[in-house]
Design a protein around this ligand. Structure first.
Ligand SMILES: [Zn+2]
Length: 461
């Protein structure tokens, strides 16, 4: 079976054919960096990372663009509230997002453009749209797209233009039609602005993505991705701008579903408890990734702490089989893929079916341990590790093997850190009897401490 993917525009699963042989170009809408990420934000990161890894595994050279929206009303609002410059707010949270992506082993994009770095390309695009007669500048500094002039509009969300509400983006008095949306917003006193031929202002969100996709991927590219909530208005308006400029734009649209709580979309108003940093106090990054990647990308994922814990426990079972297999075989498993796993991934990234194939490998692998059948242990361990690698959850991946903690539950990790802190403080007050007693006590538990220039390191025997 060749790779088949869903397309939101056609609402069908169809065979994936890239524009250029063996190459795939992808644009995914990134974060508006106004606060720390919650698990709903990073689900998109995990889903599209699995797509990317599967394309790479299938032999494609993938160019992957994920932007950063670093100017936006919400960022300006946070800046006022926190009494910080807007650019400092954007940079601060961009770093928090980057750290969260890294914890979850989400590969860095090929390029990660910031909106404010592409004002020139946005002005060029607006000029083109005005020259084409698709956009207009009423003279107050705003620039609008005239949606009734478009040959095609609302093809992705399949709405009727007459049913559309007014675009909620700027003062309606300057618009020809209330449904026209802002490409560019006139400067307001005290807000950041950039000069344009139509007056100073700042970009509308939709324009940013059309300009950056064009700058990095050209007039046509293979896949555009993002969260389901972006279909309208964001992606419709990206299509409108890009097609009115004469670009072919995205050949296929993929949207990931939400993380829900009690059936509702997770949002910032639900508080801090669902922030990635908070959740990573109870499970490891690899376990959170396993959980977020476990549902089909088009299915809602209903979050509960119990569901997360159950998923993490299942992952630890797989991990402990791989470790047991490594001991028995005498080397790490290699990366192999079983047919069932490959077929599932080719079927619109059917991860739940792929996970069933991993469970079957686990069952057969554990049976082989009981039977002491080394060939069967190796085969199943290799296929499990290969599958985990595609899902970005290979426990042997150096991304997860840091400070020994990937082998540990968070509680054990914390307990060892606590013991090391006690030992450091004993040494500081020159109580060497106490510090040696801690070291010896840990050694009795099979935990070896080694003092290095970077501080103490531990390993479990
Ligand atoms: Zn976008």
């Amino acid at each position: 079976m060749t790779l088949h993917l869903y397309d939101t525009a056609s609402r069908e699963v169809s065979e994936f054919k890239s524009l250029k042989p063996s190459q795939v170009s992808i644009y995914v809408c990134g974060a508006t960096v106004q606060g720390p990420p919650h698990i709903g934000h990073v689900r998109s990161g995990v889903n599209f990372d699995i797509l990317r890894r599967w394309l790479i595994k299938s032999g494609y050279d993938v160019t992957f663009i994920r932007n950063v929206t670093d100017i936006d009303d919400k960022i300006l609002h946070t800046a006022k509230h926190d009494e910080m410059p807007w650019w400092a707010v954007a940079m601060k949270y961009e770093r928090v997002f980057t750290a969260a992506y890294a914890e979850l082993n989400i590969m860095p994009p090929t390029y990660e453009p910031r909106a404010t770095g592409h004002i020139t390309q946005m002005i060029e695009l607006m000029q083109k749209l005005i020259d084409n007669g698709a956009a207009y500048a009423p003279g107050n500094g705003d620039v609008y797209l005239e949606v009734r002039k478009l040959k095609r509009y609302l093809t992705l969300s399949r709405q009727n233009i007459d049913d559309l509400q007014a675009a909620a983006d700027a003062d309606e008095t300057n618009k020809k039609d209330v449904r026209d949306f802002a490409l560019w917003k006139a400067a307001k006193p005290g807000d950041p602005s950039w000069p344009t031929p139509w007056g100073p202002g700042r970009p509308g969100w939709h324009l940013e993505c059309s300009a950056m996709a064009h700058a990095y991927l050209g007039e046509k590219f293979d896949i555009h991705g993002g969260g389901l909530d972006l279909v309208f208005p964001h992606h419709e308006n990206e299509i409108a701008q890009s097609e009115a400029a004469g670009y072919g734009f995205a050949q296929r649209w993929l949207h990931n579903a939400w993380v829900t709580q009690s059936g509702e979309k997770m949002s910032k108003s639900l508080g801090n408890s669902l922030q990635v940093n908070e959740i990573l106090k109870s499970v490891r990054g690899i376990e959170l990734r396993w959980y977020l990647g476990s549902a089909h990308y088009r299915s809602m994922l209903e979050y509960s702490p119990a569901a997360l814990e159950e998923s993490a426990t299942n992952f630890r079972r797989i991990e402990s089989f791989l470790k047991r297999a490594t001991e028995i075989i005498g080397e790490k498993p290699t990366l192999q893929l079983g047919k069932e796993f490959r077929d599932a991934m080719n079927d619109d990234l059917a991860v739940p079916t792929a996970l069933a194939s991993i469970s079957e490998n686990l069952r057969l692998g554990n049976q082989a341990v009981t039977d002491n059948d080394k060939a069967a242990i190796a085969k199943n361990a290799n296929e499990i590790r290969g599958a985990l690698d595609v899902l970005g959850c290979d426990p042997f991946d150096p991304a997860f093997v840091q400070s020994g903690s990937s082998d540990l539950t968070p509680a054990l990790d914390g307990a060892i850190k606590l013991a090391l802190a006690e030992r450091a403080s004993a040494r500081e007050r020159k109580d060497f009897a106490a510090s040696d007693a801690i070291r010896d006590g840990l050694a009795d538990l099979g935990i070896t401490i080694e003092d290095t220039a970077q501080g103490p390191r531990w390993s479990i025997n």
